[in-house]
Design a protein around this ligand. Structure first.
Ligand code: 26W
Length: 818
């Protein structure tokens, strides 16, 4: 029998079915004949998990024996989505599992739908981490991810009958999570609050008292594609220390001690739902410290086993910080080296600054983390002392190079002076790292010319670099668009494009091949039908599958300008209403699809959702316009929903104000699935070719001036954009509900229009007109779609991760032998 997972032949469906049955009768303690779809999913997942654990162990053993330099990716968000389909595809056992579950009387697709998303992220940053760990595994890099095991992921988004976003908790762990391995033996003590005593005649100090808790490890194995290598995401969960708060026990205050222990559990309760908006909450700093301290303790424990001197730390480890969220790690490593390992301060600083690298993901000022000094001091008193010392030495260097330049010192200081004072985490991240990167060419340029300009002068140009983001073609083509993957593999004669996406370029000539275009169109149509079915079932909206599916799927944010899109939709609706039957015949049909969450406290973003939903209600129910226009807002956007939406898109709507979107990654997923880019500045336009795309709007270097004019030399809206003024009048007439509702939204445009909605409105309409024209010639459209998709090889996360490995991490592939 094949009860031992080690013995399963990856092609043997019966053997695999036996392992599933084994889990039903043992792990789930059920009768094999008495199993519903959920139980079948769980048992199947456990069977796959056995395969993962086997590879995980082999990888760990191999890497331990080889002792290579390792990369640790610290991300406070991991937006993984579902794992079953991805795992069996990466293991090369998709067909076997499909057959095996069929033998047991189940449809594999049904099992897949039983899985809940692991939604431990807000958006781009969290999904990027998930793509990168997939690539690290596939490239066989010795690397682990570290994060937090939130009991509640990103909230579930519901819509009220009037179109308002409501938030419900996401208790994703209520059912057991078959993809995690609890490591209750891997636990580290974490201290908060307390006081510091300095040790005379040394750099050392003793930090004691306060509150102690434990960070306990949970591992999620991540299989690479076509390799035995398996990476790991280690997530930390906060637990009270055994015998917690002995003082209150002694005082006979049992209740207080139990309460204190439940407070500790709070730390990893919930993911903060803010995207690109800093909130400054103490609990968030507790999360950041628990996560980074536990990760560092774990990383250093592994290093210490090598029996090497501290001076060689950077020969064996590199720590990549995904944004500034883990920046406290810099002070924590200093604390461990100086206070606990007796390394002198100067030596410790040399060691520390060779280990960390920092990726910036945003230039938006409201997203930059700066902790109020008093809060920081209370929670992490020793770290603040160390940061003072770091800043003191740093300011000394600045003063030496630019004597008496107080303004420069004030700008660059890690401490922001004023009332109150703040700790600027981005500055600490730069000062404590050996490399800093942005996530797209333009973004990295902007970083250097704007928010980090002083640091470029100080550190030199080479200190800053670019690593353009990427997405994994395994999940974002093979898994979500199997028909396209099959067409590509069949045409190329191999599936090597899945690990070498540049091979897609070889298919560019297929744009001229009639039969290939036909096959392409059939696939796109199938994917559109699949989505249309979902829209009908879930939203009760009947859409025209021959219309242009234009998708704007991303967090709701003013800078992303869902406003521009919905205002243009209203404009289109008004045009249709005005048109004669003859004119209508010449119009192209569109289906606009939105999905995305607004941060619960972001009033304007929520108002935009409300407008979209209410505009949709009017338009979708207007029989007069036939199927020329539909508007859908799909609630509760998730990785799983993205997997259905993206393959069905004809147009990818990327219309953020120029220079505000660091990179964007939905643009890459949409393009590689054959959606044409309708957008403002976008790096993928360079690869796809500007003539395949529909670009419009002011450019990044014009934004400042226009913004200034909007505020200080305002022209009335009907002169800035007569079309938009008309749209606003229409909204104000009450067609989409009480006009007052949207006043504060339209006001942002009437007044400062910080995001240039009015300034770009006309050119956005013009760009849509060009889309109409190309759609009218469907052959030309398909050619452009093919040319776009197959030019996307550069945007594989394999390329991104290889860039990091070569240019920053200095780590090499360590493939587990077959
Ligand atoms: C402290 C509050 C906060 C929370 C999350 C600030 C910033 C963030 C993230 C960095 C926001 C984020 O996800 N940024 C997105 O990162 C993607 C991956 O690099 C980029 O593609 C997006 O352009 C960027 O908005």
């Amino acid at each position: 029998t094949a009860l031992d997972a080690n013995d399963v032949d990856p092609e043997d469906a019966q053997g695999v079915a036996n392992t599933v049955v084994h889990h039903i009768t043992t792990s789930l303690a059920r009768q094999a004949g008495n199993m519903d779809t959920l139980a079948a999913y769980q048992a199947t997942a456990l069977s796959v998990r056995d395969q993962l654990i086997k590879r995980w162990n082999e990888t760990t053993t191999y890497h331990t024996s080889r002792a290579p330099k390792r990369i640790y990716y610290l991300s406070i968000e991991w937006l993984i989505g579902r794992s079953l389909d991805n795992a069996v595809l990466n293991l090369g056992m998709r067909n076997t599992y499909e057959d095996a579950t069929r033998k047991l009387g189940f449809n594999f697709e049904d099992l897949l739908n039983e899985e809940r998303d692991a939604a431990l992220g807000n958006g781009g940053l969290g999904r990027l981490a998930a793509c990168y760990i997939d690539s690290m595994a596939t490239l066989c890099l010795p690397g682990w991810g570290y994060g937090l095991r939130y009991n509640y992921g990103i909230f579930k988004q519901l819509l009220s009958s009037t179109g308002e976003q409501l938030e419900a908790p996401d208790p994703w762990l209520d059912r057991e999570n078959p993809w995690e391995i609890p490591r209750l033996d891997v636990a580290y003590p974490i201290r908060f609050y307390g006081h510091v005593e300095s040790v005379p005649n040394s750099d050392k100090a003793v930090w004691q008292g306060g509150m102690e808790c434990l960070a306990v490890a949970y591992d999620t194995p991540i299989p690479g594609y076509a390799t035995k290598n398996c990476a790991n995401i280690r997530l930390w969960s906060a637990k009270p220390v055994q015998g917690f708060d002995l003082n209150s026990f002694n005082a006979g205050n049992y209740e207080a001690s139990v309460q204190a222990s439940s407070e500790v559990g709070n730390i990893t309760q919930v993911l903060y739902p803010n995207d690109n908006m800093y909130a400054g909450k103490l609990l968030r700093l507790q999360q950041q410290y628990l996560w980074t301290s536990a990760s560092l303790q774990d990383i250093l424990r592994r290093f210490l086993k090598l029996d090497k001197p501290w001076s060689q730390l950077s020969d064996f480890i590199c720590i990549q910080m995904n944004d500034t969220h883990p920046t406290i790690a810099i002070a924590e490593l200093m604390r461990i080296l100086v206070d606990e390992e007796d390394v002198p301060y100067d030596q410790a600083w040399k060691i520390t600054t060779k280990v960390f690298a920092y990726t910036n993901h945003t230039v938006l000022p409201e997203a930059l983390e700066k902790w109020e000094l008093s809060l920081f001091e209370k929670l992490l008193p020793r770290h603040l002392q160390l940061i003072y010392r770091i800043n003191y030495e740093f300011m000394g260097q600045v003063a030496k190079r630019w004597p008496n330049d107080m303004d420069r010192m004030r700008r660059m200081s890690i401490i922001e002076e004023g009332t109150p004072k703040y700790v600027r985490m981005a500055h600490l991240a730069i000062v404590g790292s050996f490399k800093v990167n942005g996530v797209a060419e333009l973004h990295s340029q902007l970083l250097q010319s704007t928010i980090f300009r002083d640091f470029v002068e100080f550190k030199g140009r080479d200190f800053f670099t670019n690593v353009t983001n990427g997405i994994t073609p395994r999940r974002w083509v093979l898994q979500c668009n199997p028909e396209l993957a099959e067409l590509v593999t069949h045409t190329l004669g191999s599936d090597q494009w899945l690990t070498n996406a540049q091979l897609l370029r070889n298919l560019l000539p297929m744009a001229e091949d009639v039969n290939f275009r036909k096959a392409w169109d059939v696939i796109k149509k199938n994917n559109k039908r699949r989505l249309a079915d979902v829209l009908e079932e879930e939203l009760g909206i009947l859409v025209n599958v021959d219309s242009i599916f234009a998708c704007q799927i991303k967090r709701m944010h003013e800078y992303k300008r869902q406003t521009l899109n919905i205002f243009a939709i209203i404009h289109r609706y008004m045009q249709i209403k005005k048109a004669t039957p003859e004119e209508r015949k010449k119009m192209q049909p569109w289906t606009f699809i939105f999905a995305g969450k607004a941060a619960p406290g972001y009033y304007i973003a929520k108002l935009v959702i409300r407008l979209i939903v209410n505009v949709g209600k009017v338009i979708n129910n207007d029989l007069d316009i036939g199927d020329l226009l539909n508007v859908c807002f799909i609630p509760d956007y998730s990785v799983s929903i993205a997997e259905v939406l993206i393959p069905a898109a004809d147009v990818s709507v990327q219309i953020s104000t120029a220079g505000t979107e660091a990179s964007g990654t939905s643009n890459m997923k949409l393009a590689i699935n054959g959606a044409l880019l309708l957008g403002t500045v976008d790096e993928i336009a360079e690869d796809a070719g500007e003539d395949q795309c529909f670009m419009f709007g002011h450019l990044a270097d014009q934004v400042q001036q226009v913004r200034f004019n909007n505020s200080y030399n305002p022209i009335p809206l009907d002169q800035r954009s007569p079309e938009l003024a008309e749209v606003f009048k229409y909204i104000e007439s009450g067609v989409f509900g009480d006009a007052h509702i949207y006043e504060s939204l339209t006001k942002t445009v009437y007044e400062h229009d910080y995001y240039l909605v009015s300034n770009d409105f006309g050119s956005y309409l013009a760009a849509q007109k060009l889309v109409d024209d190309v759609w009218a010639n469907r052959d030309e459209w398909t050619k452009k779609a093919i040319l776009t998709a197959f030019a996307m090889g550069d945007f594989s996360s394999d390329r991104s991760v290889q860039d990091y490995a070569d240019g920053i991490w200095g780590v090499e592939s360590e493939r587990v032998p077959e």
